[in-house]
Design a protein. Structure first.
Length: 96
């Protein structure tokens, strides 16, 4: 995927939190690339990941896979809760 395609899909915003600071493409293993801001790419406080509640509604398979995996790394009840409400696309389901 080219930078331009990724930027236009993501509307220039972080596909996790919607932030616009220093967004960069990040490889989602086996799935493709997503656009991620410097905060999400760093090691933010666990509460930051509540942004995944809206990211979980994305219809982009790469984003779904990345959100699913990230939620799995967060040992909080709300993370498991968001995960349980996700409607994964068939493409994403094959990858998680
Ligand atoms: Zn972000």
């Amino acid at each position: 995927m080219t930078w331009g395609t990724l930027m236009s899909r993501a509307h220039g915003m972080c596909e996790f939190c919607g932030g616009m600071d220093d967004c960069l493409p990040v490889e989602v293993e086996g799935a493709g690339e997503i656009l991620i801001c410097s905060i999400c790419d760093g090691d933010p406080p666990v509460e930051h990941w509540r942004c995944l509640e809206s990211a979980a509604k994305s219809d982009v398979p790469e984003v779904q896979v990345a959100v699913w995996r990230k939620l799995g790394e967060i040992g909080e009840p709300w993370a498991a809760e968001i995960r349980s409400t996700m409607q994964l696309s068939p493409e994403a389901r094959a990858l998680v």
